[in-house]
Design a protein around this ligand. Structure first.
Ligand code: FAD
Length: 470
C-alpha cells in the first residue's frame, strides 16, 4: 500500500477519527501504551503511530477506511500473547486493538452456543460457560490475557485438542470486517450449514491478514462430572505409541489429554525447577493421561481397571493414579513447568512443531544430536501434546544472552528436519513474521501461491498486517 499524504494531513485524519469514535478511542504519541508495541514474541518492540480502540464493527470499518485513505497499514491486536510476531506493529502502522470490544452477548442453552465480542478474554468465556452449566473447552496457559478474536485468528490449540479439537472446531459463526470496510455478519448457530462456501474458515488461523473478527459464536459442551488422571512412566517411545492406541481404544471419548515428556525435559523440571515427581526416578518417558467422564461411579473404575490391565501387560514401568483434584493439579504442574523455563534455563528459544505421532522420537533424537554437533554447548528438551501430533522443544546455549543465542542455526536444523519428516513448522502458534521464511518447509509452492491469491483478493491494497504469514 502506498498513498502519498503529508504529516499534517495524517494528523488531521487521526484527529477526525478520534472525534468520530469518541473519547479514549485513539491514542497517539506518549499515550501509546508500551504493551501495544509488541506481542509476546522475542523481538524488539515497535511503536505504532496510533492505537485505535473501537467499540463495535462499525468503528472497526470506519478505522479501516480512514487508514486506507492515508496509507496507514493496520495490525489487529487481541490479548497480545501471540508468540510469532503476528500482533507486533511496524513503525508507521496503526494498531487496532479489540480491547474495548469485550463481553458475552448471549448464552443460548438450547443450541449450546455462546455469542461473544472478539476482545473478550478466554478466561472470561470459560467462566461464563461454567456459570451457565457448560464447558468451553479451549484452554491455554495464556487464558487470562489472550482474547477470543486472537484465539480464532491463530486457530489456537492447547491442552484438550485430542477431545474437542482446535479453535476451528469450536466456532460456528462470526462477524468480520473486511479490509475495504464491508461488515460480514454470519452469527450462525447451526452445526450443519452447507449453504455455499463456509467463509468463516478463511478467517480462522489467518492471523489478522484477511479481516478483523469482531464477534464470534462458540460451541459449548456439557461439563464433565469427573476427571481421572495418571502419570505413567514407559521404557521407550514404541510403548508410548502403544499406550496412545490403548487409550483411544480403552477410554474412547473420555480421553481428554495425552501429554508426553522426554527424559531431558523431566530432568530439568524435577531437578532444576524442583517440581515433585510422583513416580520413581530413572530412565524412561513420562506420559500424563487424562480422562473426563459423566458418571464418577462408572468412569473411575473403568479408568482404573484400564490402567491395571496395562500394568499387567507390562506396558508401563510405573504409574501414579490421581486420588484427588490436588493430585491432578500436581500432575499438570509437571507439564506446565515449561512456563518456568525463563527463570530455570535463562535465555532460550521455543519451537512448536507438528509431526506424525510415530516420528516424534526419531525427530527428538536426531534433532538433539544435530544441534549438539553443529552448535557447541547447545542443549535441548522435548515435550508436548503428542496425542495431537504436536511437539514442543526448547533449545539454548547456556551462558549466552537472548540476542546471542544462535537462533538462525537452530532454525535451520530444526525446520530442515521437520521438512525431511513431513511435519509442520507450526502446530498451533502460527507463522506471523518469525517463521515466515520457513513456510515453504511445510507448504508447497502451489499452496503458498493460493494463499497469496486469497490475500490479494480480500486485501488488494495490503492494508491488514502486510508482510505477515505470506
Ligand atoms: P494476539 O497476540 O493479540 O494476536 C495474534 C494474531 O491474531 C495476530 O496476528 C493478530 O494480528 C491477530 N488478531 C488478534 N485479534 C484479532 C481479531 N479480532 N481479528 C483478526 N485478527 C486478530 N497458543 C496455543 O495455540 N496453544 C497454547 O497452549 C498456547 N499457550 C501459550 C502460553 C503462554 C504463556 C503464552 C504467552 C502464549 C501461548 N499461546 C498458545 C500463544 C497465544 O496465547 C495464542 O496464539 C493466542 O490464541 C493468541 O491470542 P491473543 O488474543 O493474545 O492474540
Amino acid at each position: 500500500m502506498h498513498v502519498i499524504t503529508t504529516p499534517a494531513l495524517r494528523q488531521q485524519v487521526l484527529d477526525d477519527l478520534r472525534r468520530q469514535l469518541g473519547p479514549g478511542a485513539v491514542l497517539v504519541g506518549d499515550d501509546v501504551p508500551a504493551r501495544n508495541c509488541n506481542d509476546w514474541s522475542p523481538q524488539a518492540p515497535r511503536r505504532p503511530v496510533a492505537v485505535v480502540r473501537p467499540l463495535d464493527a462499525a468503528g472497526v470499518a470506519l478505522t479501516l477506511k480512514v487508514c486506507r485513505s492515508v496509507g496507514f497499514p493496520v495490525v489487529p491486536q487481541g490479548g497480545l500473547t501471540g508468540l510469532c510476531g503476528g500482533a507486533t506493529p511496524e513503525e508507521g502502522w496503526v494498531a487496532l486493538s479489540l480491547e474495548r470490544m469485550s463481553g458475552i452477548e448471549e448464552v443460548d442453552a438450547a443450541s449450546a452456543t455462546m455469542t461473544v465480542k472478539a476482545g473478550t478474554p478466554l478466561e472470561r468465556v470459560q467462566d461464563a460457560a461454567d456459570e451457565a452449566g457448560f464447558l468451553f473447552p479451549l484452554d491455554l496457559g495464556s487464558r487470562g490475557s489472550c482474547a477470543i478474536g486472537g484465539n480464532l485468528s491463530t486457530n489456537a490449540g492447547g491442552n484438550r485438542v485430542i477431545r474437542y479439537g482446535m479453535m476451528r472446531e469450536l466456532v460456528l459463526g462470526l462477524e468480520v470486517v473486511l479490509p475495504d470496510g464491508t461488515i460480514i455478519t454470519n452469527l450462525n448457530k447451526l452445526l450443519k450449514n452447507n449453504a455455499g462456501y463456509d467463509l468463516k474458515h478463511l478467517f480462522i488461523g489467518s492471523e489478522g491478514t484477511l479481516g478483523i473478527v469482531t464477534r464470534v459464536v462458540l460451541r459449548l459442551f456439557p461439563k464433565p462430572q469427573c476427571t481421572m488422571a495418571a502419570l505413567c512412566k514407559l521404557a521407550d517411545y514404541d510403548r508410548v505409541v502403544a499406550l496412545l492406541a490403548a487409550a483411544r481404544r480403552g477410554l474412547g471419548p473420555l480421553l481428554s489429554a495425552f501429554e508426553v515428556m522426554w527424559p531431558d525435559y523431566w530432568q530439568v523440571v524435577t531437578e532444576r525447577a524442583g517440581v515433585r515427581s510422583p513416580v520413581a526416578p530413572g530412565d524412561g518417558l513420562y506420559v500424563l493421561v487424562e480422562a473426563q467422564g459423566t458418571d464418577e461411579t462408572i468412569d473411575r473404575p473403568r479408568f482404573e481397571s484400564w490402567l491395571e490391565g496395562l500394568m499387567e501387560q507390562e506396558l508401563l514401568v510405573d504409574a501414579a493414579v490421581a486420588q484427588s483434584l490436588a493430585d491432578i493439579d500436581a500432575f499438570w504442574a509437571l507439564r506446565d513447568a515449561c512456563a518456568e523455563f525463563p527463570a530455570v534455563l535463562g535465555p532460550h528459544v521455543s519451537y512448536d512443531i507438528g509431526l506424525a505421532v510415530g516420528r516424534m522420537d526419531d525427530f527428538a533424537r536426531r534433532c538433539k544430536a544435530a544441534l549438539e554437533a553443529a552448535i557447541p554447548g547447545c542443549d535441548s528438551v522435548y515435550y508436548g501434546h503428542i496425542g495431537d501430533g504436536n511437539l514442543h522443544l526448547v533449545t539454548w546455549v547456556p551462558g549466552l544472552a537472548a540476542a546471542a543465542q544462535p537462533k538462525p542455526a537452530m532454525d535451520a536444523i530444526i525446520y530442515g528436519l521437520v521438512k525431511e519428516l513431513g511435519g509442520s513448522i507450526s502446530a498451533e502458534h502460527g507463522i506471523g513474521t518469525l517463521k515466515k521464511q520457513w513456510l515453504g518447509h511445510a507448504r508447497s509452492e502451489a499452496e503458498i501461491a493460493l494463499m497469496r491469491t486469497l490475500k490479494a483478493a480480500l486485501d488488494p491494497s495490503g492494508l491488514l498486517n502486510p508482510g505477515k504469514v505470506v
